[in-house]
Design a protein around this ligand. Structure first.
Ligand SMILES: C[S@@+](CC[C@H](N)C(=O)[O-])C[C@H]1O[C@@H](n2cnc3c(N)ncnc32)[C@H](O)[C@@H]1O
Length: 247
């Protein structure tokens, strides 16, 4: 298992919110925008009955949707608490599985017909981690397999476009850290009461359109569609990007 500080930050956040009585932190399987995107992606690419891997799967919301849509699903995430939650979310689906795994370090095994990343790539800060992750994705996908990056942090302009070699450098540029607890309001699942928790605001690395396109092309993917997303409870400024592994 990874000893990277990211791992502790994510795990810590899931633990803090669950112990405050919150059932789910990330996307919900009831998110209609997410559902509609996944449904049309599955239909357009004929993915029912096919093997789909999700990176940074969190609590398994997309796994439930993809399973309902008939996919054979495998999700990976670095956080054991998120994976435990995903396991219980997906327990009634015979063709769904999840495991604790670092998508940057791997090793990621198997061969897949398609891949999904829902707010995962933007959590990786350094160029090396992002390229290592995209290399892992490339190596488990069949030629010409589609991949959807859903709601990745995005700005039209003004993003830092230089190289990022370390988290310390990123922290210097942005002031972000993944240690300082920040107050957040959450809703308890049992009685609907609002509670305050203190969790670090985990840094995300936004890119602009050309930044994403260059990054995907360098990793061997063709960018087929780039869509700015409406602001949502999950993230204010994001884009969804449809890519395909080059052969
Ligand atoms: C913003 S959350 C999104 C979770 C889920 N996809 C969703 O939309 O609800 C980012 C997720 O990335 C996971 N993550 C961060 N770094 C990772 C890594 N190196 N390998 C695997 N998962 C990672 C975190 O544990 C967290 O669950």
């Amino acid at each position: 298992m990874s000893s990277h500080p990211y791992y502790f930050a994510y795990e810590n956040r899931y633990q803090v919110v669950y112990s405050a009585g919150v059932d789910r932190w990330g996307h919900s399987p009831d998110d209609t925008v997410l559902y509609d995107y996944l449904k049309s992606w599955v239909e357009q690419n004929g993915l029912a009955g096919k093997r789909v891997i999700e990176f940074a799967c969190g609590e398994g919301a997309c796994g439930a949707i993809l399973s309902d849509l008939g996919c054979v699903y495998h999700g990976i995430d670095v956080s054991p608490s998120a994976i435990e939650k995903a396991r219980s979310t997906l327990c009634s689906y015979q063709n769904a599985s999840v495991e604790v795994l670092d998508m940057v370090k791997g090793p990621i095994e198997g061969e897949y017909d398609a891949a999904l990343d829902c707010m995962g790539l933007h959590m990786l800060i350094t160029d090396t981690d992002r390229a290592g992750y995209l290399h892992n994705v490339f190596s488990v996908l069949k030629d010409e397999a589609p991949m959807l990056f859903f709601r990745e942090s995005y700005r039209r302009e003004g993003v830092y476009s230089g190289t990022v070699d370390s988290f310390a450098q990123w922290s210097k540029i942005t002031g972000d850290d993944y240690v300082t607890p920040q107050p957040r309001l959450v809703t308890r699942s049992d009685n609907g009461e609002v509670a305050e928790v203190f969790v670090p605001l985990l840094p995300a690395r936004a890119k602009d359109k050309s930044g994403y396109i260059i990054e995907f092309e360098n990793a061997g993917f063709l960018v087929e569609r780039f869509e700015e997303m409406a602001s949502s409870y999950a993230i204010p400024f994001s884009a969804s990007i449809f890519v395909r592994k080059g052969s």
